[in-house]
Design a protein around this ligand. Structure first.
Ligand SMILES: Nc1ncnc2c1ncn2[C@@H]1O[C@H](COP(=O)(O)OP(=O)(O)O)[C@@H](O)[C@H]1O
Ligand SMILES: O=C(CO)[C@@H](O)[C@H](O)COP(=O)(O)O
Length: 422
């Protein structure tokens, strides 16, 4: 949020608040319920914006700020996403928000690609003016600022293409095809797909597609990703990824029926907190041996992804490829579990930074004409992903049996969490 007046000199003075929440924030439940009520419920909001109200989404964050600090809100002349803010630095002026990252705000009508007046009105006054108009993700938003020409030698003819979010940029970087699943194993874990038609639901998100304005992408976000993998690595593998891998190699697929849920922070998909371990008889136990713990964590994380994706109708087909990216995609043993649980081959690119590569492809695409040119044509000479893991023999029998058990135990934990206090 950018302040109208800059009371103190210096770069930070342009911000209207000094501490900004990041995507892990979940403090806006009250604002989420208000937004859903204002548009006729969670499903109506999902049909409009691609998602029911989510705490981290920008509209709800803006509503909370407006309610708690109206002065800072009214003093803000512009509100940017991190992506459009970064583009603004290159432009030397405010960059518009792109449709794809703009879909993660609970404010954009994803089909019409305009701000929803009902959502804006429910969040805060004069919001449209502070957000500016959204633009297609492949738009050229202007020429590079003279600062970059003088300071870093950029060509003055250099153009800036709209910036987007990490997941849309990764979709571009992995050149996802319909039917493929992308699994990003970064700080958060995400699973995303290319969609022809939006299928809004009460879980997950539909975003405008970042490379083809007539299409969409589906996204599921799991908050407990690498940070919990690191914690379990520290607790059960002396802080070594090597030992963590050895534990995966030395344990059997299916973990002898032991299953685990590891949510040190309130999970997004599903809304569960805490660690829950179950033995083969579905009895909750307080601890597992180190190697069993590591396999339970990784199998559990991938079973959750498959169950929640299938719950939304996104099924693994015989020709499905999984494209893995993010820091943990360096780990072949983790990718082997991913291939086994999904029963599909896993591919990786020659870099795990697919969002950065995708941003470069998107820039080429934007300059080549954007919406008038097929993205696949522009990125056709880019290296193909390489095969990293194929399902082990017998994997499908093991996980066909385990997946329904995992789903049932998840429901049990959820219903216990909902039970009113006696
Ligand atoms: N060999 C490995 N095995 C498992 N996880 C790894 C390995 N190497 C790096 N990571 C994880 O990758 C994470 C960083 O992923 P990255 O995609 O760069 O993060 P971000 O989501 O912040 O962009 C680190 O938190 C680390 O836990
Ligand atoms: O909130 C989401 C997706 O909606 C996350 O994917 C964030 O975009 C954070 O990504 P990383 O910190 O894992 O890079």
């Amino acid at each position: 949020m950018f302040s109208r007046d800059h009371p103190t000199p210096g770069f930070l003075a342009c911000f209207s608040i000094s501490d900004c929440p990041i995507w892990m924030d979940s403090s806006t439940t009250a604002q989420c319920r208000q937004l859903e009520a204002a548009v006729g419920g969670a499903r109506a909001l999902s049909c409009l914006t691609g998602s029911r109200a989510y705490e981290r989404f920008t509209g709800n964050q803006i509503a909370k700020l407006f309610q708690q600090n109206p002065e800072a809100y009214s003093n803000s002349e512009r509100i940017s996403l991190v992506s459009s803010f970064a583009a603004s630095l290159f432009l030397g002026g405010y960059s518009p928000i792109d449709y794809s990252d703009g879909s993660g705000m609970n404010l954009l009508q994803i089909q019409e690609k305009v701000w929803s007046q009902a959502c804006l009105g429910a969040c805060a006054p004069d919001l449209e003016e502070k957000l500016g108009s959204p633009v297609p993700s492949c738009s050229v938003v202007g020429a590079i600022s003279s600062y970059y020409v003088q300071r870093y030698g950029f060509l003055p003819t250099c153009q800036v293409v709209a910036f987007t979010g990490d997941n849309p940029a990764s979709l571009a970087g992995m050149r996802l095809e319909e039917g493929d699943f992308a699994v990003s194993l970064g700080t958060s874990d995400t699973l995303f797909l290319w969609l022809q038609e939006p299928m809004p639901a009460l879980e997950g998100h539909i975003f405008c597609n970042p490379v083809d304005v007539q299409y969409y992408m589906a996204l599921l976000c799991f908050k407990n990703g690498s940070l919990i993998r690191e914690k379990i690595r520290d607790e059960s593998a002396s802080g070594s990824w090597n030992k963590f891998s050895k534990a995966l190699q030395s344990t059997e697929m299916g973990n002898n029926g032991n299953l685990g849920f590891y949510f040190d922070v309130m999970e997004i998909t599903p809304e569960i907190i805490g660690r829950h371990r179950f033995n083969a008889e579905n009895i909750e136990v307080s601890a597992f041996p180190g190697d069993v713990e590591i396999r339970a964590l990784i199998e559990g994380q991938f079973m959750a992804k498959r169950i929640h994706a299938e719950g939304l109708g996104y099924r693994v087909m015989p020709k499905t490829k999984i494209l893995a990216t993010g820091g943990a995609s360096h780990n072949k043993d983790i990718l082997q579990v991913l291939a086994d649980v999904f029963g599909a081959p896993v591919y990786v690119m020659d870099t795990s930074s697919s969002a950065c590569v995708g941003s470069a492809y998107r820039a080429f695409h934007g300059l080549a004409g954007g919406a008038g040119v097929a993205f696949s044509e522009v990125a056709k000479s880019a290296p193909r992903p390489s095969l990293a893991a194929t399902p082990s023999p017998g994997a499908s029998q093991v996980y066909e049996a385990l997946l329904p058990r995992y789903a049932e135990l998840e429901q049990r934990i959820l219903s216990q969490a909902r039970r009113p206090l006696e």
